[in-house]
Design a binder for this molecule. Structure first.
Ligand SMILES: C[S@@+](CC[C@H](N)C(=O)[O-])C[C@H]1O[C@@H](n2cnc3c(N)ncnc32)[C@H](O)[C@@H]1O
Length: 281
């Protein structure tokens, strides 16, 4: 079955071709969501109330960057798709634009930016699109070059769509290896539609604690919806732990999955669900 995730359909520089770049920027719902997430990411940066010089990673057609302009900041955008950047240029965005594959590292001078945001781009780095692509190395290259081009005391907030807990762990691991502290902030953790995941990264010198996610104040299973790195790693490890095949949990999870997919023939749970049966000879 074909995956619904765009990053499974090919490398970003090919996926975001001329047609896709135009389609992306004409979708009013998409514009609204991207701009809202850029505003939220900037809020999580918690910058002092004055203009700053910011980096927009995977800036695309400039939707997230436009939000930075509206909030009074100066910005530089990097993206791998020349077509997305062309749309940004046509739209006469205020930011300076650079064509760049972030997996090869950001080539800016040390300490160039007061902060960075990224909206819906980071998950693309988790796919090896070329033979020479080594995902952990590309992530590390990206995070270490990001660390270098930020001023000390700066933060970076990256909203992304992890595919699974292993991906989230790999991303947090590589960002920590590059020297960042911080963690994951989850907005609306109990809503399938509104749930948003932000990786909040701190360079040396940040004394602030991790901000709280929006929503109920508590996340899934009553846990807080902002998770510092050490705990985030423990969380994903727990979530990733295997449920043994044919156990009661396995049967219930499978039933739920089939119900969500609208597949028929799903029996109601009973106290016998997943019960071990005696062999019949
Ligand atoms: C979903 S779009 C988001 C664009 C923009 N941030 C917004 O809010 O509208 C994801 C963007 O990430 C860019 N991207 C994906 N992988 C990249 C890479 N390795 N280097 C640079 N940009 C990348 C894509 O080209 C695309 O423009």
């Amino acid at each position: 079955m074909a995956s619904g995730r765009p990053e499974h359909r090919g490398p970003p520089e090919l996926f975001y071709d001329e047609k896709e770049a135009r389609k992306y920027t004409q979708n009013t719902r998409m514009i609204e969501i991207q701009m809202q997430m850029a505003e939220r990411a900037t809020e999580l940066l918690a910058l002092p109330d004055e203009p700053h010089y910011l980096l927009d990673i995977g800036c695309g057609s400039g939707l997230s960057g436009e939000q930075l302009t509206d909030l009074g900041h100066y910005w530089v955008g990097v993206d791998i798709s020349e077509h997305m950047l062309a749309v940004a240029q046509e739209g006469e965005v205020e930011g300076d634009l650079f064509l760049c594959d972030i997996g090869q590292g950001l080539g800016f001078r040390p300490g160039s930016f007061d902060g960075a945001i990224s909206i819906s781009a980071l998950q693309w780095l988790c796919n090896a699109d070329k033979k020479e692509h080594h995902v952990p190395k590309r992530l590390f290259k990206f995070f270490s070059s990001l660390y270098a081009c930020l001023t000390r005391g700066a933060k970076a907030v990256l909203q992304f769509y992890p595919e699974n807990s292993a991906q989230m762990e790999l991303i947090t691991q590589q960002s920590m290896k590059a020297g960042f502290t911080g963690g994951i902030v989850i907005d609306y953790p109990n809503s399938a539609k509104a749930k948003k995941i932000f990786l909040c990264l701190f360079t040396a010198g940040v004394t602030a604690s991790l901000p709280k996610g929006l929503g109920t104040g508590v996340g899934e299973n009553g846990k807080p919806n902002s998770i510092p790195f050490a705990e985030a790693r423990r969380e994903v490890r727990k979530k990733g732990s295997k449920v043994s095949l044919k156990s009661r949990e396995w049967v219930i999870a499978k039933k739920e999955r089939r119900q969500r997919q609208g597949k028929g023939g799903v029996r109601l749970d009973s106290k016998y669900t997943g019960r071990r049966r005696k062999p019949h000879f």
